[in-house]
Design a protein around this ligand. Structure first.
Ligand code: AMP
Length: 425
């Protein structure tokens, strides 16, 4: 079978790597792909913002399965467009992807279906803000309604700054584009967990849990990024917690979406805060997370393509998804300056030596091929990922591989997994 993957980051590289291991697959095409993906798939040019260009690629290639990586094409209705042409695609429709593309919709949905989440108010006009913030105690969380690549959440230390932040979202001063809705939310405290599951619209199957590190600096300091590293272990969740989250969060979400005639087929990514009053949903994503997917797929023992096809065909309850025991970790190497402005085009060396470290896969997030030379092409450049019997060993392997790699201005956090390591000491 030919598989077409849409996207260009580390997530898509990890997906291509996992797809390649499937016995069913004879060819992988990635649109647009990147320098690393090009080593295992045929990359074709495409614009992820342009649904028509993506449909043209798919119609030309006639793949047996299409996997959509990023949120933007999902929110623009790529799945609906591809299905309209009779193509087999893994991912939610535009209406189902609202769980990621509108925080206001999602908060109200969770309230309708009794899914645990922080208290909130949705404001559609600036003059509602004053009254809305009255019911919250600082710190107050102010969120843009729409997709904002991790930049749409502001933690405000007073009601006045919360109102100012919300005004900034409404006018477009903060994100460039004016928001039509702003969500004001209670500040939740605890550890964050990324709980991803597959869904066929009715059934859910959990993936291995993960914890990511969003801040740029060690000790979780400095500005938020797309993610600087992530790890996955069997012990990340207490015994029984997976079942609790499935029962109280993932299953009611899938059931609620089906009841509202917007069945959700794809990856439901539950961003959870493990608070004193139990897990609370911070956000849903409607796709594989990046970099979570790199660490999670390294632990997948069974066939990814078989699982994704079972979702499309509504028979997820009939297959078994197997995970390796132990742990995996992914450490991101980024360009100097990221998440602010950065330069690209620097030659990358040492990848062959890094790949020789046992248990290691280096996934490319932002790289490009310049003639014969691989160069940096993004803020997040590489995801050095390793699996092993324990988290300590997985991290040792990842950092050993990282030490082989060089490019000008390369930066990475040396404390990925620090919370879990503290727990095991
Ligand atoms: P979101 O895009 O909603 O997941 O928010 C991005 C990040 O902001 C989360 O991963 C949290 O670290 C933080 N955050 C979001 N909502 C809250 C909240 N209600 N309380 C505390 N932190 C939050």
């Amino acid at each position: 079978m030919k598989v077409l993957i849409l996207g260009s980051g580390g997530r898509e590289h990890a997906l291509a790597w996992a797809v390649k291991r499937s016995e069913k697959v004879t060819e992988i095409v990635c649109a647009p792909g990147n320098g690393g993906i090009a080593e295992i798939a045929r990359c074709v040019p495409a614009d992820l913002k342009d649904i028509e260009s993506l449909v043209r690629v798919a119609l030309g290639e006639q793949p047996g399965l299409i996997i959509v990586g990023p949120e933007l094409p999902l929110s623009l209705g790529i799945v609906d467009a591809l299905q309209a042409h009779g193509l087999r695609v893994f991912g939610p429709t535009r209406a189902a992807a609202m769980l990621e593309s509108s925080k206001g919709f999602t908060k109200r949905f969770m309230q309708r279906h009794n899914i645990p989440t922080g208290n909130y108010a949705v404001c559609t006009m600036a003059d509602e803000l004053e009254k809305a913030v009255e019911i919250f105690h600082p710190p107050i969380v102010v969120k843009a309604d729409g997709l904002a690549a991790g930049k749409g959440v502001l933690i405000c230390q007073s009601r006045r700054t919360a109102i100012e932040a919300a005004h900034g979202l409404f006018t477009g001063a903060l994100l460039g584009e004016a928001e039509r809705q702003v969500v004001i939310e209670e500040f939740l405290e605890g550890e964050e967990i990324s709980f991803l599951c597959l869904s066929d619209g009715t059934h859910v199957a959990p993936l291995a849990p993960a914890q990511d590190h969003k801040r740029i600096g060690e000790g979780d300091t400095g500005p938020n990024t797309g993610g600087m590293g992530v790890y996955s272990t069997d012990t990340l969740l207490e015994p029984g917690m997976t079942e609790w989250i499935l029962h109280h969060i993932a299953q009611p979400t899938i059931l609620g979406m089906a009841q509202e005639d917007t069945p959700f087929v794809g990856v439901l990514y539950c961003g959870l805060m493990m608070t004193a009053r139990g897990p609370q949903v911070l956000e849903f994503n409607a796709r594989f997370g990046d970099p979570e997917t790199q660490a999670i797929l390294l632990r997948l023992e069974s066939d990814l393509v078989e699982a994704l096809e079972a979702c499309i065909d509504g028979r997820l309850d009939q297959i078994e998804i197997r995970w390796s025991r132990g742990a995996s970790a992914c450490v991101i190497a980024s360009s100097a300056g990221y998440p602010g402005s950065y330069k690209t085009g620097f030659p990358i060396t040492g990848l062959a030596a890094a790949a020789r470290v046992h248990g290691v896969q280096v996934f490319h997030s932002g790289t490009a091929q310049l003639g014969n030379q691989l160069v940096t092409g993004g803020g997040r450049v590489l995801g050095v990922t390793a699996a092993a019997a324990s988290l300590e060993e997985a991290l040792d392997r990842a950092y050993q591989a990282m030490a082989e790699i060089e490019f000008e201005g390369m930066y990475y956090r040396r404390d990925i997994g620090h919370r879990a390591l503290k727990r095991t000491i």
